[in-house]
Design a protein around this ligand. Structure first.
Ligand code: ADP
Ligand code: MG
Length: 240
């Protein structure tokens, strides 16, 4: 409980700051990219390696900004009764090419008659993409990802995403969702932070089960009905 409260506070502050800064950085970044691409055509071949590094670093900045902007709560956010199974199916379709390229098979099994839940479909899609992408990335030699959706006690649904990747040591599990926590050479350490934040806003929670060398399962629990609170600031902090 204490851990969740602390994480939630950090995320709120980081989110607000990040959204503002990200918007400001985006425009000059676009200009930089454009001019570098222009220059690239008119400069000696010996320098092409430097240009590749510049472009790849610019792309990295862009992906950091894009992930941060999810926290910005744009006006388009619309909570409605939605079919999570359909949102998950659409997400799997979206990511299937990437999975195939890495020899990863995504096996989906959804319980019948999963009720619609009150949620923001684009944001949930973002969470599913982040977790599925991580699962693909930890299986460099390929493998299976099992995606299950079922109804659980307490009027909730649980979405589980299980991989056969490297696993996460127990003492590192608590670090997941912290801004910039990454073990990847080119990671941003933002995907899970954004995901935790979105699920918190949906009054749900993410639990991680993992065994090193065997694999990891992310369990996302979401309430079917949203509890209207007098003080919305506390949304997501309440946990069972
Ligand atoms: P990034 O993918 O850019 O590193 P994330 O926030 O998505 O950032 O993930 C943070 C870290 O959590 C990863 O670098 C990795 O160490 C760990 N992680 C996330 N998902 C998994 C997984 N399925 N298996 C093993 N480790 C994972
Ligand atoms: Mg990631």
């Amino acid at each position: 409980m204490e851990l969740q409260l602390r994480k939630s506070d950090t995320l709120n502050v980081v989110g607000e700051l990040a959204a503002g800064i990200a918007h400001e950085i985006r425009n000059p970044m676009t200009a930089l990219k454009g001019f570098i691409q222009l220059l690239q055509g008119s400069i000696k071949e010996d320098y092409s390696m430097y240009f590749n590094v510049i472009m790849s670093e610019l792309k990295r900045i862009e992906s950091i900004i894009t992930e941060f902007l999810v926290l910005a709560k744009p006006q388009a956010i619309q909570y409605q009764q939605n079919d999570v199974c359909k949102i998950m199916r659409d997400t799997i379709d979206l990511i299937s090419a990437q999975a195939m390229m890495h020899n990863v098979q995504i096996i989906a099994e959804f319980e019948e008659n999963i009720p619609f839940i009150y949620c923001e479909p684009n944001q949930l899609k973002q969470v599913f993409i982040n977790i599925l992408k991580n699962a693909i990335e930890v299986m460099p030699k390929g493998g299976d990802i099992n995606v299950n959706i079922q109804k659980t006690a307490g009027n909730q649904i649980c979405i589980s995403i299980r991989d056969q990747g490297c696993g996460i040591p127990q003492d590192k599990i608590k670090k997941l969702g912290e801004p910039f926590y990454t073990t990847k050479e080119r990671g941003t350490g933002l995907g899970l932070m954004v995901s935790y934040k979105i699920i918190e806003e949906h009054q749900g929670k993410i639990d991680v089960e993992s065994q090193v060398g065997v694999g990891t399962t992310f369990h996302i629990t979401l309430p079917i009905e949203r509890i209207e609170k007098e003080d919305e600031d506390e949304a997501g902090v309440q946990c069972v």
